[in-house]
Design a protein around this ligand. Structure first.
Ligand SMILES: *Cc1c(COP(=O)(O)O)cnc(C)c1O
Length: 394
């Protein structure tokens, strides 16, 4: 592997640092590196590999579609594209007159949402401290982390950030000049921070009063990750727009913007937005296979149950470094009382587990939705020894 990593370093731009492993293939919730070591993948390509690796339903849908047509451009449409849009509207409980724009990534879904918000005639957007909405320049303006933003300023004007989960702060910030409020139901990149469903219920009430769009970023939380199709559904609200990506394609790049109702859906008209690849037959056929499989295998209920199982099993360890698990469904963080997340992730990898040190004091788990409770238990059993083996960074 070290020779391949040398070649990586000499040939790729270093934005990701040097990765620790060269992976060759996967099967279910396991992946293998090029030296033949096996790992239990509890990150799932960052909440992307909803069906794990090599799921036969996804592989066969993609193989069949690849043989028929991979790309046709948006000068034309295809049956999988139409079917996927219909399915997304259905699982989002979107009313008549709603619509879908299909893109290739999360950031592109956010860009479409930003352009949608401009069509209200207002220019101000409110996002939350800790928010992550992507790395393209528009999405970056909504993202809050200084280290991501500052090298690229000035960014798109008109964006302000309010403390996440603070209803009073949101109420004070939103005016009739606010085009949109953009919120994650649970902040994944910030360390799986869950303000609880009442936050979005309040955000809906606040934005409705000022005619402001409520745009929910479900790129990480959507498509069953939290045990619902969309995390906003736990809040009992109807948003104006929702962004999706990550889990939707099960690994095939795809993103989308769902707009709710005819008024919002009519904001973007012919010629005002576009994409070459977005919504192509290959990606949409893959996404349809993911949605079908989530239904057939009961993965929404499973995500809820497996998530509870994980949280309970970790609590039962009663380990002094561990705090109660955060998050919903299979989007979880294990908070640590000491800043050892990176060392813990490295030790876990040595022991055959892939976990994500999302913050110095938190490990994020976003395993495939098909992960079994036995697989989760394998990690939980290994956790005390792993914790005892790591030292605080000096
Ligand atoms: C990953 C993520 C994005 C960006 O998606 P990309 O596909 O990396 O562009 C945006 N919002 C949230 C909540 C995410 O988790």
């Amino acid at each position: 592997m070290s020779e391949l990593l040398d070649r990586y370093q000499r040939s790729l731009i270093g934005v990701f640092g040097t990765p620790p492993l060269v992976l060759s293939h996967g099967e279910g919730c396991y992946v293998w590196d090029t030296d033949g070591n096996r790992y239990l993948d509890l990150v799932g390509g960052i909440a992307v590999n909803a069906l794990g690796h090599g799921h036969p339903a996804l592989v066969s849908a993609l193989s069949k579609q690849a043989a028929e047509a991979i790309h046709i451009s948006n000068l034309f449409t295809s049956v999988p594209q139409i079917e996927l849009a219909e399915r997304l509207l259905q699982i989002a409980d979107a009313p008549q007159g709603s619509g879908v724009f299909l893109a290739n990534s999360g950031a592109e879904a956010i860009e479409a949402a930003v352009k949608l918000s401009r069509r209200t005639g207002r220019q101000e957007i409110i996002a939350a401290d800790g928010a992550f909405h992507g790395r393209t320049t528009g999405a970056l303006a909504l993202t809050s982390k200084a280290a991501y933003r500052e090298p690229f300023e000035p960014l798109m004007p008109g964006v302000s950030h309010v403390p996440y989960g603070d209803v009073d702060a949101l109420r004070a910030a939103v005016t009739t000049e606010t085009a949109a409020v953009v919120l994650e139901p649970v902040q994944g990149e910030a360390g799986v921070v869950d303000p609880g469903p009442a936050y979005l219920t309040a955000a809906r009430e606040i934005t409705s009063a000022t005619g402001t769009l409520l745009i929910i970023d479900e790129i990480q939380t959507g498509i069953g990750r939290t045990g619902e199709w969309f995390a906003f559904q736990a809040s009992g609200i109807r948003p104006d727009a929702v962004t999706v990506a990550k889990g939707l394609g099960g690994g095939v790049p795809i993103g989308g913007l769902i707009t709710f109702g005819p008024e919002v859906s009519g904001l973007l008209t012919a010629g005002q937005h576009g994409t070459t690849f977005g919504g192509n037959p290959l990606a949409t056929a893959g996404a349809l296979a993911v949605l079908d499989t989530i239904v057939q295998e009961g993965l929404l209920a499973h995500a809820t149950e497996a998530g509870h199982h994980l949280a309970d099993a970790i609590a039962a360890l009663e380990h002094p470094v561990l705090e109660p698990v955060r998050g919903r469904g299979l989007l979880r963080a294990i908070p640590l009382r000491r800043p050892v997340a990176s060392a813990l992730a490295a030790a876990a990898r040595e022991a055959g587990f892939i976990v994500n040190p999302v913050a110095p004091q938190a490990i994020r788990l976003a395993p495939p939705l098909v992960v079994t409770t036995d697989q989760l238990d394998d990690f939980v059993s290994a956790l005390p020894d792993l914790l005892d083996s790591v030292k605080d960074p000096s």
